[in-house]
Design a protein around this ligand. Structure first.
Ligand SMILES: O=c1ccn([C@@H]2O[C@H](COP(=O)(O)O)[C@@H](O)[C@H]2O)c(=O)[nH]1
Length: 272
């Protein structure tokens, strides 16, 4: 999916919501455990209930890989079930020396047909470039993450400059790819940094986790992070998929997604 096509979807659905498919076998309702593939059955119902209100789905690989071969199967089936016009993100946080990164890229872009993958930038250019050589596929580079530990490295000042390490990541990585194939992860819990980030990457999309369960503010992210093509994919995982753990879980997930979409519609009208 191209940047313009993603923006078209955002305008059509009046939404920049990404639903996180962090499907935990220990958290899904008991009645699904009778199925052969409970994870897929859960995801299928979540997708049915939320697809009208979101423009992206983001399965986090940890939830699938932790189940071994069966988890990979559930992931593949889930990916195939997601409607064609919805952007897909493999939240895998990969990155290694070049030849290894190339194989990770083939795993997620060829074996599986994800639109994008999250990548850790720590190993530098040769670890990221192999992911950028695939047409119509996106790299989403971790810049300023939502967790407390982002203080440890990402928010360190570099040498005698007034630049944080995450700002250097934003600046340097623009030599590797443009806004048509690179996005950045910026946590919703870091909304005070969005204005500064927009001065460095005015045109790129930002994937923003951290609203809902982590307490980030959708309003602040939208006010300070939106650009002329929206430029935001705001993720909520637990806040949507575990809105209820009863038999009605999918209905409640649909309502939780709708509630965010309605708020997003307002912000698109106000800030776009
Ligand atoms: O900085 C980051 C990067 C990734 N994540 C991931 O996003 C979701 C958030 O889930 P919630 O339940 O909405 O809190 C999850 O998959 C994280 O691993 C992040 O939170 N922060």
């Amino acid at each position: 999916m191209t940047k313009d096509q993603l923006f078209d979807q955002i305008k059509k659905k009046e939404s920049y919501l990404c639903v996180g498919l962090d499907t935990d076998i220990k958290k899904i309702p008991n009645h699904l455990l009778k199925y052969d593939d409970p994870i897929f059955e859960f995801n299928k119902r979540i997708i049915d209930a939320t697809h009208e209100y979101c423009v992206a789905y983001k399965p986090n690989l940890a939830f699938y890989e932790s189940l071994g071969a069966k988890g990979w199967e559930s992931l593949q089936k889930t990916l195939e079930y997601i409607p064609e016009d919805i952007f897909t993100i493999a939240d895998a946080k990969r990155g290694d020396i070049g030849n290894t990164s190339g194989l990770y890229a083939r795993a997620f872009f060829e074996q599986m047909n994800f639109d994008s993958i999250t990548i850790a930038p720590y190993m530098g250019e040769d670890s990221v470039k192999p992911f950028l050589s695939f047409e119509n596929k996106w790299v989403i580079l971790l810049a300023l993450t939502s967790n407390v530990g982002s203080d440890d490295f990402q928010q360190l000042m570099i040498g005698n400059t007034d630049q944080h390490l995450f700002e250097k990541v934003l600046e340097k990585s623009q030599e590797w790819g443009g806004p048509e194939q690179l996005m950045y992860v910026v946590g919703a819990t870091k909304s005070d940094m969005f204005s500064k980030i927009r001065t460095i990457v005015p045109d790129h999309f930002l994937l923003v986790p951290g609203v809902g369960a982590q307490g980030g503010s959708l309003k602040e992210v939208s006010e300070f992070g939106m650009n002329k093509q929206c430029g935001l994919l705001v993720n909520s995982s637990r806040g949507i998929i575990y809105a209820s753990n009863g038999e009605d879980f999918w209905e409640e997930a649909g309502k939780a997604a709708l509630q965010i979409q309605v708020e997003m519609k307002d912000y698109l009208n106000n800030y776009l």
